[in-house]
Every structure is written in C-alpha cells, then in structure tokens.
Design a protein around this ligand. Structure first.
Ligand SMILES: Cc1ncc(COP(=O)(O)O)c(C=O)c1O
Length: 350
C-alpha cells in the first residue's frame, strides 16, 4: 500500500483527528494546502489562490523565501537546540538586529513561541516590576488564547472562559474608535475623552500595573487612533507610574508602513510584544521586549519566568534572516508607499 495520501484522505484525517480552532467542529472542511510561493498557495487539486491575508496576517515576506529557508536549514545542521541559559550566535545576532529595528529604548528581550506567550510574559514582568496587579485592556482587543491573555482579551472570544478569567486582574476600558466612538463623542471636539476615561480608571482602581493596547487594533476592526491618542496615553501612564504595553503581534513588522505601529506617533512603550512577522511565520517565535529601566530592575530582582523553548535557536536564526530580507528588499518603505496608494483608492481617490 502506498503511503502517499490523497487530498481527500488528508482532509478527512485532519478533520477527524484534529481540532479546528475557534469553531464548531462539524462544519470544518479544511482546504488541503500543498505548496506556496510568493503571494500564492496551491491546493490539492492544483488550484492556485492569491494569499490576500498572508495566512494569518503573518507571512510578511511571502512564501518560499530562499534566505529564510536556508537559515532554518543551516541552524538545523549546526545547533538545532540549546537550553535557554546558553548564549548562541543566533540569539546574539537577533538581539543586535532588534536594537536596530524596535522603537528606541527597548533593550532587553525574552523570546517565546507565540504572541500569546509574549503577552503572558509581559503581564508577569509588568506585575513583578511595578509590584501592582491590575492590567487595563480595552474591549475591542485580542491578546491571545491562554488563560492570562484570553482574560485580557476584550472581544467575545473571552466569554467562554468566564468566569474563570475574572480572577486574572484585568479590567476593560473603551477602545479608541472615532468612527463608532464607544462613549459617543466626536473627534476632535472630544479632546480624546477615551484616553481621559482610562485615566479615570487608573485613578479610581488603584493597583494598576499596566495599560495594554494594540496600537492599531487588528482582528477587531483595524482601528487607527488619531494622532493625539498615544502621546496623551503615554503622559497619563507616566503621570500615574503605570506601564504602557504595546501588543504589536499583528501591527508590527512593517504592516503600518513603519517597523512598528508605535513609530507612527513616536511614542515609546515600556514593553512591546510581537510575533507573526518576526520570522514571517516560517517558524513560531514571539518576543517580549522591555525598556532598559525594567531590565535594570531585574539585575537585583528575581526574574520568575521561563520556557524550555525560550530563545530556541531554530526560531531565532530565521528571524535574523527575515529582518535582513526586509531590510534588503526595503519592505517597510514599500508597505508605506503601497499603503498610501491603496488608502487613497479606498478613500475614493483615482
Ligand atoms: C494583537 C494580537 N495579540 C496576540 C495574538 C496572539 O498571537 P498568537 O496567535 O501567536 O498566540 C494575536 C493573534 O492573532 C494578535 O493579533
């Protein structure tokens, strides 16, 4: 018997024995993905599709990039794994590159294998550093699927977990959404009242460690804040000794025409989390980057966090190759140009 499975066998085995995420199972009919190149992928019947969403908004370099594939092959042949307490060349090279591309001031890094885990790390770090517990997130948000990060998710994906998530110390405020303002104000006359509301929460809740934001909200509607929002929120956080965490899992890596969305407003978060585009999704890598001030705190205080796969060399080497490829191809600049072009068209220009 041949062990080459037909497309219908692949689909049946997958559907029967694997969970389809975020759905009832009985209407899941996955497409059999066979190969991919550039911005196209091909199914088991040889039909080609334009990958308009770059899979899950993550394959920023496109499929089949030779430099990233070679980095994976070379790393596998040299050092496929190292425990997190070792220094590795890939780890050092990636750290150097991150200092080049991340918003200035983010100088110390904890690596994970997903955006979800990057956020879990951020919550623990923020709580250890401030000695405070509460995290303010916003309703229209998604921050991941495990118990802490789903508890910090404002959208309905949180509901099936409740009331278990309620114990996680997260409270929700209004998102910034000038198109459909959650507190029924109108920009610019509002004076950014949605940020004032968060300040009111900080002042009255007490014990707030951090405000957690997606700088450009992703799966909850691609909400772009007005120019005043982040400078104002940064000042509010500074005035109250609260950390600002930017979840750039989706908005990072050139997707807003800058390396990171926060660069659009020149505002520096205390912690930035990311994943997806960091390796163009060729391998699972997440990052929790913290400020020098936070880093200094842990010089003398116990850093109570870790994973077996933290700083896994097979994830870091392709990230180095991904950043080099983005730089070589000028992809952030390209995204900026294409964004202006497409945005113009969407706004009715010709
Ligand atoms: C803004 C944001 N944060 C966190 C996550 C979770 O990342 P992951 O799916 O890699 O765990 C996502 C995933 O889509 C996201 O869009």
């Amino acid at each position: 018997m041949s062990n080459v499975l037909s497309s219908s066998e692949v689909i049946a085995l997958t559907k029967t024995h694997n969970y389809g995420t975020w759905r009832k199972q009985n209407n899941w009919n996955p497409t059999h993905l066979v190969s991919a190149d550039g911005c196209y992928f091909t199914d088991g019947n040889g039909k080609q599709f334009l990958d308009f969403s770059s899979q899950l908004m993550c394959m920023n370099l496109g499929h089949n990039n030779p430099a990233v594939i070679k980095a994976i092959q070379d790393q596998a042949a040299t050092l496929p794994y190292a425990a997190p307490f070792y220094a590795t060349t890939a780890r050092a090279e990636l750290s150097q590159l991150l200092l080049e591309v991340l918003p200035e001031g983010l100088t110390k890094f904890f690596f994970t294998t997903s955006g979800t885990e990057a956020n879990e790390a951020a919550f623990k770090i923020a709580r250890m550093y401030t000695g405070k517990t509460k995290i303010i997130a916003r309703y229209r948000s998604y921050h991941g699927s495990t118990s802490g990060s789903i508890a910090a998710t404002g959208d309905p994906r949180r509901w099936p977990m409740e009331p278990a998530g309620k114990g996680q110390g997260v409270i929700f405020g209004p998102e910034v959404n000038c198109y459909k303002c959650p507190i029924r104000h109108t920009y610019p006359g509002c004076g950014i009242a949605c940020a004032d509301y968060l300040e009111h929460m900080i002042a009255n809740e007490g014990d707030v460690a951090a405000v957690l934001v997606e700088p450009v909200v992703g799966t909850n509607g691609v909400l772009i804040p007005p120019p005043e929002y982040f400078p104002k929120l940064r000042k509010i956080c500074d005035d109250h000794g609260v950390l600002l965490i930017a979840d750039e899992v989706m908005s990072g890596w050139g997707r807003t025409g800058k390396w990171f969305a926060m660069d659009n407003w020149g505002v520096k978060p205390d912690i930035l989390t990311t994943a997806k585009g960091i390796t163009s999704a060729y391998v699972p890598l997440g990052l929790c980057a913290t400020s020098g001030k936070i880093a200094e705190f842990f010089d003398e205080n116990y850093f109570a966090h870790g994973h077996t796969y933290e700083a896994h060399p097979m994830t870091l080497a392709p990230a180095v190759a991904t950043i080099h490829e983005m730089q070589r191809l000028g992809l952030v600049e390209r995204a900026n140009e294409m964004g202006a072009y497409l945005g113009g068209k969407l706004h009715g220009g010709r």
